[in-house]
Write a protein that binds this ligand. Sequence first.
Ligand code: 1CP
Length: 348
Amino acid sequence: MDAQTLPPIIAAMRGQPTPHTPVWVMRQAGRYLPEYRAVRAKTDFLTLTRTAELAAEVTLQPIRRFALDAAILFSDIMTPVEGMGVEIAFNPGPVIAKPIRTAADIAQLRDLVPERDVPFVMESVRQVRAELPKHVGLIGFAGAPFTLFCYLVSGKPSKEFGTARSFVQAEPQLTAQVLDKLADAMIVYLAAQAQAGAQALMIFDSWGGLLGRDAFREIALPPVRKIVAGLKHLGVPIVYFCNNGWTLLDHVATLDIDVAGLDWRGSIKTARQILGPKIAVQGNLDPAALFAAPDVLKSRVAAVIDDAGPAPGHIFNLGHGIWPETDPDQVGRLVDHVHEYSIKRRSA
Ligand code: 1CP
């Protein structure tokens, strides 16, 4: 596909002008959709992620319903970690049978060979790409090493991940080893998704914002930098999202990324000043805004677009994943209003 016919979302990720502000929604395939719940009523989550046809089907569900500019591969950040030999259950978040705590545990983490260990992921990417209209982009993703480490060491979801964060302090060398192994695995994993047809790659650092500035810079950031360096040659835009990362944004600005994801807690205008003109921005409506009356929701959508300003390089999204209780009709209103309002603004 030549530059002129790039899906708008990919153009925006490269900082190019687009006819409207492209939009997608974090966790857009999920429990707020009745058609997703219908699939889940018959299939457990692990089977869903491991069966390419089913994963492709739920990836496409939100695309059929809404005028979204991108699909995101249906999978989980822990899927490649399972591929590395770790036993994981979902209840509903990831639960690790035997958390990683010793050098022997780390030695057991095997190198990821995507076509051997998670072939269904690339097969699902290929099937989705074959079905997607040309103007809709396909985003592949992985968890950032520190976020994966949080689950691997703590063994289950947690508000503070105290077990993982104390491990970082008590065992700095083992920590660096795990993070480096995870970085190497995520490089081959993301590259395999791009080769199968993913047109952008997103790295989710959902728990990076739990770290102080020094720990973030010294521990969480180096493996992300390694991943970005390992993928650059693919020529696919790279998005890095650090949830709760506003106080870390000047460190994020040092990454060679194309897009920074932003949660709802801060102003896009401020982020743009910190990130500079080379990094596009993605975000950042509060997921709670989807519970406002339709007219209020529209004004909140407009406020995000106004905050992002007229410069190219804004991808509309929520500031974090959509909540399962959300009314799907509100997502339709959000997507349509992003398009309508951004077109109106461009011609104003
Ligand atoms: O159906 C179900 O009951 C399972 C719920 C579920 C779903 C729908 C899980 C378990 N994972 C997913 C899919 C998923 N996970 C996607 C694809 C769907 C889409 O975006 O449309 C993606 C991108 C993820 C990524 C993911 N998993 C993240 C990063 C994004 C974020 O929200 O910060 C994280 C932290 C996870 C871990 C995870 N997996 C599942 C849950 C419920 C959780 C969160 C657990 C926790 O709160 O710590």
